[in-house]
Design a protein around this ligand. Sequence first.
Ligand SMILES: [Zn+2]
Length: 298
Amino acid sequence: MSNFFTPKKCELCNSISIKYRDYYEELLSNKLNSIIKKSIFKVLNRDTENIGLKTYNMYVGHFLVKCLDCGFASIQPPLREYDLLNFFNSIYTQSKGTVLKPGINSLRAVSQYDYLIRNVPVKGINSLLEFGAAGAAIGRRIASKNNMDSMSVVEPGLNWHRLYEKYSEVHITPYSSLFDVPLKAKYDLFLSSHGLQYVSNFDNYFSRAVRLVKKGGFLFFEVPNRDDNWFKMKLNCGGHTVFFSEKSIENIAKKYSLRLINSATFGAIYGAKEIKLRENKFTEQIGGRYLRFILEKP
Ligand SMILES: [Zn+2]
């Protein structure tokens, strides 16, 4: 069946100043082959050829559409939910689900927590939902510091659900999909650490997230920073479906009627040699590879 879809605009700011590439070709030509196949797949001890081919197939007929105005990029038309979950389940959740570490004292969780307390009244948070949670390090850190009875997570990997029961210091209510979380469950904080770049349809997911937050509540995200520098270097896109620049965050705030409290980038700049030094991994600096942002729902 032929696919006549042609990208026409940025799905975030509606700009028609866009650039698009065939995402399937993109994956084949960039470093996914060498990096993901050789490292992750080898670690997993899986048949690299089979998984590799399946992975690529789901991207056929999809485009990586980048906005030249705000830098936001996404896969259009959206990937099938089932394929995407299947893919990330097989790659990430099965492999890393053996322990709940890195835990609430990991460098990333500590650094995210410090960033949050600089920007929002974290002590006042009594309910939270962590999306794409895996070990739920940052959510558990906030919940334990605030002596919360329970917290909720969205995590498609069912092996994690068993681990929450067994090891978490705070009671966790797990959901397999964001759309399983009842809309009446309103949270003080919706947060996600490296989850938002994997959703099949950004608008569906983000508008749902906003609806799940109380008035006066907050949304916090950490995602890879995909600035022009990153695109120029043609680095491994890892099968991600959404790509965020710092400028695009302002447009997210605008589109979803939220107040942007802060955005900042952390860690080494793309191409810099200091990436290997752990102490620089979460230092705030312009052009850093991790992008954090906090929004308030007025
Ligand atoms: Zn745009």
